[in-house]
Design a protein around this ligand. Sequence first.
Ligand code: SAM
Length: 392
Amino acid sequence: MTSATDVKGEFIAALSSAAGDNSFVKLTLGKFRGEGSTRKAVVTLVLIKDKPHLKLVTSYSRKDETKTFAIDQGVQFIADLIGTDYMSATLFTNVRDVRLDYSRKGVPHLSAGKPTMPSAAPQAHDRQKAYLVPADRPYLKALEVADRDGRIKPTMQGKYRQICRFIEIAADLISECAFEKSAPITVVDIGSGKGYLTFAFYDYVTTTLQRPCRMTGIELRSDLVTLCNNLARDLKFDGLKFVAEAAAQTDAPADIVIALHACDTATDDAMAFGINSGARLILSAPCCQHEIAPQIKDTGEGLKGLIKYPLLKQRQADLVTDAARALLLEASGYKVRLIEFVSTEHTSKNILIAAVTSATVDRSAALQQFRALQNTIGFSTHHLASQLKDAE
Ligand SMILES: C[S@@+](CC[C@H](N)C(=O)[O-])C[C@H]1O[C@@H](n2cnc3c(N)ncnc32)[C@H](O)[C@@H]1O
């Protein structure tokens, strides 16, 4: 017959191996029988200084308490709570769910079943992203990306993946920039919308990197600005504010400028603002583009076959718009990378232009390439060029 210690040991072994083999999703502890007021607890994985840790959040009626442990210490801490303070524990992994329940007489019973949270358990590559943006962050609940239990809503999986991917890319670039540790990092998000990426970015810098941050979301729609300012206040995100104004009007300080799917030439306004205010990092995913397509008329004979079909002409114009932006950023002293941001399954607007200041980039070569592109494609005005002294 299996003893109570063996049953619990089997559950703890399952927890330990899931935490070490990339299959762990979360652990919940319930049926509180310990001393003091009733509570429940949820354990998730987080990255601290690039190392996985277990984060235990204990929820009391009026407050939450968070403790973070290295994996082995966390497993030991949880093992001590099970069967003493909590009489039920459920381990969610991406291969199975395992449940340990104690009867009234204290007899443990172990059961296992199919995984009920497989999507929240990303595999190898995605896993890194989930560490950077844990699904149970309060802003994800408030913005209705996650439900009350910190699970990503089925309809918001695409948005969550976009947020994770964005933070993953931003994390690498922020570390490349090696910002001074003593001063707050200043960030401006142009066209911040409902603030999904703004809150995620601010949370990443302040909570994960533990760096002071002053961030401003710039958004035309005052209803969204009010919503986001209320949420920033409720979450005590004291360095984050939102302002109702147009991209071209902003003068907030900016070490970093981000602009995700800011409409049409608002992307150019964001880039111009970043360049002209000396931002070290500019991260932008362009949205709809209407400026270049109507200008493409006098292209050479060789390209006529490409632009005679309206759909292809628009696609060509989109690529030209972004190539011109990348070249103008290089001409302004930035090293530029174009990255596929999210899968084309979710949106065709999936190019992210990442620009980091560089002393070695060949600025005049980039400007010449911009001029050659203008001549070959046959466009005369570009909204970003018109805002840069050297490119006019
Ligand atoms: C497609 S939404 C993207 C929102 C957010 N960046 C995201 O990715 O979730 C674009 C937002 O940009 C705002 N916007 C468009 N043009 C703008 C401008 N010139 N200045 C400031 N905001 C602008 C729109 O009101 C809209 O909320």
